[in-house]
Design a protein around this ligand. Sequence first.
Ligand code: SF4
Ligand code: SF4
Length: 198
Amino acid sequence: MAFEWDSVRPIALCCASGSPDDPMMGGLHVKDDRHHTARPSAPATDGPPPPPRPPIGLPLLPDGRTALPKGNPCAGCDHCCRYIAIQIGTPRSKKQFSDIRWYVLHKNVSVWVDWDNNWMVQFQTTCDWLVDGRCSHYALRPDLCREYDPAECERYSHTPAEKIAIHNERDLDAYLAKREARLAKRRTRTNGHKAKAS
Ligand code: SF4
Ligand code: SF4
């Protein structure tokens, strides 16, 4: 099945580096115009496989960015060459949430929301150029792969990349139940204000 690309806004993806000539490993990251966001960690059972290693807690710089270790920050990691993520519109209608259900009913597809409330659909699928943990066409790697700043990847993040992670139907139903409760509260509040005003 194909996406309705009209309703989907691809976002820039980016990447660390890696080639036999370069000690750095490959990496592909989700990015919007403001910052990079790495993939959220996955559940133990279904959904995308977990990242290759847990985040590494490193000191923060005064500007809030992570102080990276000396040397290659991507050493031993190729996590971000193993998925793509595309920004989608914020779902509001029944139909749009039905689309989200359709996404996550597929294996290795998940949906998540970043801290700026951007909704993403993610496909856990490895880049063909990733060979033995390195980019086999490093000099030709796409622009998105060149733009990545590892300081903003989940390996070095102090917080989870995602605010909401929907790996499967259960996650979606739990999210929808919470959302409905929130909306019901808001409706009650609004009706209370209206009643007071009349
Ligand atoms: S350390 Fe971060 S940027 Fe580097 S390969 Fe791993 S996930 Fe990608
Ligand atoms: S082209 Fe593929 S293997 Fe190379 S850095 Fe980009 S995502 Fe990784």
